[in-house]
Design a protein around this ligand. Structure first.
Ligand code: NAG
Ligand code: NAG
Ligand code: NAG
Ligand code: NAG
Ligand code: NAG
Ligand code: NAG
Ligand code: NAG
Ligand code: NAG
Length: 892
């Protein structure tokens, strides 16, 4: 039967061609139509301990919604660990695209799992085939496809699960929905897109097909390993459900049992699948300053000077594409950013323990041989470019005009990229960068479809733009007072029958053509969502080759599951708006707590549009609790360096003082994340999983395990109402106890230079006694411990220090702080010599003055401690080198 007739018969409304002109392109299918499909029947079921296999045969003629249903499928269910079940459904008769092992190495299976001992179980119904995943102990069903038949077609896969009413679902990014996903009619589209202004409800840069579902009875996770475009639909209509609509690949699910008590367990289990985050250099937690629109080298030097003059610690200066010659990667503009002067700036930064980073895009300008543009000539010669079906390089239009794209699957692309990095970023005679920033790697294109003449489009769009600013004096004093064209053939790789809800329209719109073919034969249609992660991987390797043995620092825009193993991420190009300031917390929580990419942050003070003094002050303070703290804005926006306004300067200084003193605390959390995937940030429900009030909260979060950040979030306001669970907290500024009642707390008169912070009872915090202007200087500061007992009177914490830069540090300090019965014990491995002291210990919530205090069993003189009855703080001077264990006890 002709497909078209069937479509009509099935009341499938393909709006694609109708709405294409308006940019809307999504396919709508009546759910009743899909639920009426006959599905498959399971037979030949074999179970061999940890592995179950079955054949799935199509019932009748199928329903052929977006193509012919595939007749025979193969099901494999593997109990990979006690907490993980892998369910894979493939075409029994043909090899289909799967995410390549080279991009996403499959997790190791344990091999000795007895299904009966596993925390979750797989069960199925033979016909129509459906399956459930349930908790072994409680029999609680976590995932069930019952009454939602499986659909498996060449370019359309559908799996749907029923969920509890208004289920608590988190993840499925990258998106700008609330962290707690609305369950009423929400579509999450995964298709990498250059999403300027990150509009709500659209597909953005990254693709993370994983969700955590939280219930009062536990938290579990579901990951679909598939890089094809997809719409994931969550609806309350006819009971809450979640439906995957995928346009290719195979069904490759990992079900994670999580835990019935500790939500962070599911994060660690997800890390077992995607890998744990890379360890980052110590310095990368310092303040970063960037903007698009620094006009020349004098501007760059001026910002460095002015930060220094304002006394605001600046760790890393960045430069956007402005530095490039005609916006071509791996070039410096000879007049505006001459190499000699740029090397002077980098040398100056390095001499002051500061760093430098610039942007690198993937797209390479297409040039004439006479222009001698080496990066393009070498790419063509090495033949490492992404190609169309006719074998010509795929063309796009990006900043430099007409461009080509590296094919990360080509066996020689890494070598090409390493070589370009080694030459252009050469410490000896190039730009000696300390980290890498990679952008436009969705990959982005400005070419409007059908893009038959990119050369004309580049011209029409004025690319590359001409520089109109006056050419700077090449000898200006700086730091004077301070330390191929082709027609597009329409085929199913360009315009598949099921159109995902891509906000850019057709799937090739504003990106590389999806019928492009990689060197290994894979089609961009399937691998598009991997492009940014593959560029990340190549850049990580190129940076590693420049400084072997040292951790790299690479910040990318586009990501796929697992990208965190090598790189960090910024949340892309939004606008200087209060809504965006608020949203950034949910965006960050997605990456830091679910997707295993904890080095994340949003452009502080906003990228597009003009910021305001109040917004920038508030954002500076919230941004101090982003793991990646960078101020960045657009070329057409007003300047927004923190020193531009007195209030913002003060806010930034206040909060950088706190961030830097807490740097080792968060560095320790990163080390733990690297070891086992424990999140660096926590939504409130991670810590209070039974408190249903916490489930929707995404304007507060824990920085590390124990610092509750509750920023003022209303526009231009000095008041904030936030939630404190029933627990004991301590005000970070005064250290006085604050009782949480499980209700709202309102603070009025919160000035534009303060941010409410609380320490959660039960923590021993390691803090540097003082902040510093650079992280190098900070590492020479003494430590102090703050003991904040929980309701049971005990507390604990951890401190990890190493050289801050080696992938395999020669030595490390890894100590535990335990407080119990009024006694603090600090012990562990003191292998790394930090060369600092423990200057003091402050005990919080001490109800009355102690009779005496003993250090390592010896009574301390009264002058060595002070008690503040109002704040209930006992402050003890210690002064011991931090080279071995000690105990500190006070008597009531
Ligand atoms: C298997 O594939 C071949 C070739 O694509 C096709 O002719 C045959 O009908 C298929 N068999 C089944 C059972 O799907
Ligand atoms: C597994 O599924 C079968 C068929 O639907 C059902 O009869 C059985 O009760 C299920 N077992 C469990 C433990 O849920
Ligand atoms: C669901 O959302 C889409 C997109 O916003 C909208 O077009 C549609 O009408 C909504 N459906 C319902 C039932 O609300
Ligand atoms: C640095 O500060 C000086 C003095 O306020 C000012 O004239 C100059 O424009 C500033 N430069 C930059 C790049 O911020
Ligand atoms: C350097 O110049 C800036 C801007 O003119 C000024 O604010 C600052 O005080 C000067 N610093 C020194 C050390 O002279
Ligand atoms: C594209 O390839 C065809 C042959 O396959 C060739 O004739 C044509 O010149 C190529 N176009 C460009 C712009 O390289
Ligand atoms: C607000 O705070 C300022 C400075 O902290 C203080 O002087 C003022 O009295 C406060 N106002 C109110 C109404 O609390
Ligand atoms: C989440 C959020 O605030 N997104 C905004 C980003 O900027 C665009 C353009 O101003 C807004 O439409 C979005 O609402």
């Amino acid at each position: 039967m002709a497909r078209k007739t069937l479509w009509n018969a099935l009341r499938v409304f393909v709006l694609a061609s109708l709405l294409q002109a308006t940019g809307l392109h999504a396919t709508y299918v009546d759910p009743k139509v899909l639920d009426a499909c006959p599905g498959y029947s399971a037979s030949n079921v074999k179970s061999n301990g940890a592995v179950l296999t079955a054949d799935l045969s199509l019932n009748g003629q199928g329903c052929n919604v977006f193509g012919q249903d595939i007749k025979r499928l193969g099901l494999t269910v593997t109990y990979e660990t006690d907490t993980r079940i892998h369910v894979k459904i493939v075409d029994a008769n043909a090899t289909r695209y799967e995410v390549p092992e080279a991009v996403f190495p499959r997790p190791a299976a344990n091999g000795h799992v007895s299904p009966h001992a596993a925390a979750i179980q797989f069960n199925y119904t033979a016909s129509p085939f459906s399956f459930t995943i349930y908790r072994t102990a409680s029999r609680e069903v976590l995932f069930s496809t019952a009454s939602h038949p499986l659909i498996f077609e060449p370019q359309y896969l559908r799996v749907k699960t029923s969920l509890p009413d208004n289920a608590n679902i988190y993840g499925l990014g990258e998106h700008t929905h609330p962290f707690h996903l609305p369950t009423d009619n929400t579509t999450l589209t995964l298709w990498s897109r250059d999403a300027y202004s990150i509009p709500v409800g659209t597909n953005l840069y990254g693709n993370h097909p994983v969700y955590f579902e939280h219930r009062t009875t536990g938290t579990h996770g579901v990951f679909l390993l598939n890089s094809d475009g997809m719409d994931i639909k969550i609806t309350n209509s006819g009971g809450t459900s979640l439906e995957y609509n995928v346009i290719g690949g195979v069904l490759d699910f990992y079900f994670l049992a999580g835990s019935t008590t500790d939500p962070t367990a599911v994060a660690r289990q997800y890390a077992e699948v995607v890998g744990t985050p890379a360890e980052v250099p110590y310095w990368s937690f310092g303040l970063h300053q960037c903007r698009f629109g620094y006009k020349n080298y004098i501007d760059v030097a001026g910002v460095i000077t002015n930060y220094s003059a304002a006394g605001i610690p600046l760790e890393t200066m960045w430069t956007d594409i402005d530095y490039m010659d005609r916006r071509r990667i791996f070039t410096l503009d000879p007049s505006y950013f001459p190499l000699k002067r740029m090397r002077e700036i980098v040398d100056y930064l390095h001499a002051h323990d500061q760093r430098y980073i610039v942007m690198t895009d993937p797209a390479i300008a297409v040039t004439e041989p006479s222009e001698n543009y080496g990066a393009y000539e070498r790419a063509v010669k090495a033949d490492v470019l992404l190609k169309g079906p006719d074998g010509n390089a795929t063309l796009g239009v990006v900043w430099p005009g007409v461009t080509v794209y590296p094919d990360w699957f080509h066996p020689k692309t890494n070598e090409y990229w390493n070589n370009e990095f080694a030459m252009f970023y050469s410490p000896e005679n190039g730009l000696n960068i300390d980290g890498a920033w990679i952008d436009m790697n969705e990959p982005a294109s400005f070419c409007n479809l059908p893009c038959t003449d990119p050369f004309q489009q580049a011209k029409d769009q004025g690319l590359p733009p001409k520089r109109t600013d006056p050419i700077p004096d090449p000898n200006a004093p700086i730091f004077v007072n301070s330390s191929s064209v082709r027609l597009v053939k329409r085929d199913d790789f360009l315009n598949p029958p099921y159109a995902i809800n891509n906000a850019a329209g057709l799937i090739s719109s504003h990106t590389a053509f999806t019928n492009s073919k990689h060197a290994n034969g894979l089609i961009e249609y399937d691998t598009h969502n991997l492009y940014g992660t593959m560029m990340s991987s190549a850049t990580h390797k190129a940076m590693l080759a420049r400084r072997p043995g040292k951790r790299t620092f690479v910040i990318t825009r586009s990501t796929f599951a697992g990208a965190g193993r090598e790189v960090g991420k910024w949340l892309g190009d939004n606008i200087s708006l209060w809504t965006q300031y608020r949203f950034s917390i949910a965006g960050m929580l997605g990456f830091a707590t679910i997707y295993q990419i904890p080095m994340v942050g949003s452009d502080i003070c906003g990228f597009g549009g003009d910021t305001t003094e109040n917004l920038c002050a508030r954002w500076a303070m919230l941004g101090a609790f982003y793991p990646f703290m960078r101020n960045h804005n657009q070329d057409t926006s007003i300047s927004q360096e923190f020193y531009r306004w007195a209030s913002v300067t003060k806010a930034a200084k206040n909060v950088l003082d706190i961030r830097y003193r807490l740097l080792d605390y968060v560095y320790t959390a990163f080390h733990q994340a690297h070891l086992d995937g424990t999140p660096v940030l926590h939504p409130m429900w991670f810590k209070y999983p039974k408190d249903t009030n916490t489930y929707p909260i995404d304007l507060q979060f824990f920085y590390g395990d124990s610092i509750l950040v509750s920023p003022v979030t209303a526009d231009d306001s000095t008041s904030v109402t936030f939630y404190l669970p029933q627990d004991i907290f301590y005000d970070f500024a005064t250290l006085a106890p604050v009782r949480g009642t499980g209700g709202p707390v309102t603070l009025n008169n919160v000035s534009f230079t303060e941010i409410p912070l609380h320490i959660r009872g039960g923590a021993v915090l390691p803090l540097r006694a003082q902040s510093a202007m650079t992280t190098t200087e900070l590492r020479k500061r003494d430590f102090e411990f703050v003991v904040a007992p929980g309701t049971d009177g005990s507390a604990s914490g951890q401190l990890y220090i190493d050289d801050g830069e080696s992938i395999t540090p020669p030595s490390a300090m890894d100590v535990k702080m335990v407080f119990k019965n009024r006694r603090l014990t600090v012990q562990g491995n003191f292998g790394f010599q930090a060369g600092v002291k423990t200057s003091r210990v402050r005990f919080l919530g001490v109800a009355k003055a102690p009779k005496h205090v003993q250090l390592n069993g010896k009574m301390l003189a009264q002058a060595a401690y002070a008690y503040d009855a109002t704040k209930q703080v006992l402050d003890v001077t210690v002064g011991l080198p931090l080279t071995g264990p000690f105990t500190l006890q006070y008597d009531a």
